[in-house]
Ligand binder design. Sequence first.
Ligand code: BGC
Length: 418
Amino acid sequence: MKISKIAKLAAGAALIAMTAGAVKAQEQVEVLHWWTSGGEAAALNVLKENLQKQGVTWKDMPVAGGAGSAAMTALRARVTAGDPPTAVQLLGFDLKDWAEMGVAANLNELAEKEGWDKVIPAALQDFSKYDGNWIAAPVNIHSTNWLWINKAALDKAGGKVPTNIEELIAMLDAFKEQGLTALAHGGVPWQDGTLWEAVVLSTGGPEFYKKAVLEADPAALSGEEMKKVFDTMSKLRTYFDQNFSGREWNLSTAMVIEGKAGAQQMGDWSKGEWLRADKKPGTDFVCIRFPGTQGSVLFNADQFMMFDVGGDAEKAQMKMASAVEDPAFQIAFNTVKGSVPARTDISDEKFDDCGKKGMKDLAEASSNGTLMGSLAHGYAQPAAIKEAMLDVITQHLNGQLTTEAALKRLPEAVAAAK
Ligand code: BGC
């Protein structure tokens, strides 16, 4: 082949590659997330398919591990390498941390056009905005103070749902007598923290939760009320099975679904697993507020922060953000995921009884001042303080710290992390 012909072919190939590159960059979103369980993946598919219909391809970057701590490590590596994904699932104070580094895209134009200010609750906007600018599209509102009970086991135990810790213990005792693992729990820090925050709220009520968790007040973290919390944690541990350590949350949910365990304390992403297994609320399982926490909601909201990745990818990013806030998507996604809409203008009609309860509880808590951020999911404290507290909670639950030592360590760990 003549040199000139080879050069022409090479130039042609380069042009095709460039064009393909441009199209790809324009119409693709690379999304880092930790939605890898059955229910989570099913919910995410709703978004993938929506975007595909609009010509936006989805490059998946899943990093398994509930609550996203492994995902956050992966994200740091990508950003450090100068190659951030276009959109990232983020929670609470992590949004602020990334925005502070100046790596967030600005969604103001879209948010204004679509009127997000009017429909996203203020509690979420605190995190979806940085310096007054929209940096993230909130997907949903989860809450953590739930208890998921196997209906058949509950019926066998008399059918009455517990409304305080004492009644919870009585129900767990009955499950034990049935030969079940009474309380399905996975021993990892975020799950220990999810249980602990529910116990804090149940033991001391919303004002105590605010003092101890939202304000990290040293006296509240080490006083009499907190002693009761740690004592209850030690008691609850006696209802776990022997293999609880390190278990992922969805495997614990599966134990309750299969009737091997009686109940699980977990956020409402748990419901996604029940639905995925074709189980119905009220028939196969019962969802109640963690005993003693009725009237309060500990919230956690998934948000997609858009990274500032430059001109070409922006169009696809905005399509994704817009798709996330679309009211029809909010229904389609959240009815599968177990969460409730991040918008306040969505009817509960399409939601099952647990979803309806979730929406009602949220509205009530929001107007009563009892809607509070979850510690374990990053909405109560910045990462360093959260990790420090979870560390003490986990060590205590695993018997490495006595209650007395935990009460001393907790305020110390917070002070050191500040
Ligand atoms: C997220 C949920 C997720 C859960 C378990 C939480 O932090 O907000 O969307 O389902 O972790 O992975």
